[in-house]
Every structure is written in C-alpha cells, then in structure tokens.
Design a protein around this ligand. Structure first.
Ligand code: SF4
Length: 64
C-alpha cells in the first residue's frame, strides 16, 4: 500500500538507520516500535537517535 504522505514524511524523518524500509511510512514505523515496547526515532534528538536505542527507558533517561 502506498502512502500519500511519503515524500513529506521523509522530509521530516530524522532516522539514520538506512536499511529500514519503514522510513517515511510513519504508521508502519510506529506500530513496529510499539510492538517492541519502543518509540520511533522522531522522539529522540539527532544525537540520541544515532544510538539506535529506541527504548522507552532511554527516552525517559534523556528527558529526565
Ligand atoms: S524509527 Fe525504526 S522503524 Fe522507523 S524508520 Fe527508523 S529504524 Fe525504521
């Protein structure tokens, strides 16, 4: 299924994990990380995101 918002989503996506096929497909990205008990890259700063730690505990640590 194609996404009407793919181009604009990609323009604001900060995820640096290049192999991922979910980039710009925010609904898939969110569900994927939600199932793992995680948050998408866009919840993190650029430096935090580059750790690839998407855990909620890391998010809380960063925003404590
Ligand atoms: S945050 Fe996760 S699912 Fe979303 S584009 Fe990046 S690696 Fe893929």
């Amino acid at each position: 299924m194609s996404c009407d918002n793919l181009i604009s989503n990609l323009a604001s996506c900060n995820c640096s994990y290049e192999p991922c096929g979910r980039k710009g497909k925010c609904c898939q990205c969110l569900v994927y990380h939600q199932r793992l008990g995680e948050l998408p890259a866009c919840y993190f700063s650029a430096a935090q995101e580059k750790t690839f730690d998407r855990s909620i505990s890391y998010f809380i640590k960063c925003n404590h």
